[in-house]
Design a protein around this ligand. Sequence first.
Ligand code: ZN
Length: 62
Amino acid sequence: MMKTVYLMFCQDCGLPKPLSPHVLIQYIHQEAVKKIYCDNCKSENVIPEYLRKIAIDLVKEG
Ligand SMILES: [Zn+2]
């Protein structure tokens, strides 16, 4: 199985935050979750639409 990691770039400091498929499925996929905190500058990042779509796809694929 391929080890895929998705990246979300912080809107403030630009640092990429790696997100595992597990995180996408368990966390990003949930409608209630709107934001992710940057590990570097701790700023709130609104979850980008493309990440939400990837998460939805991952859930569909099971
Ligand atoms: Zn940041």
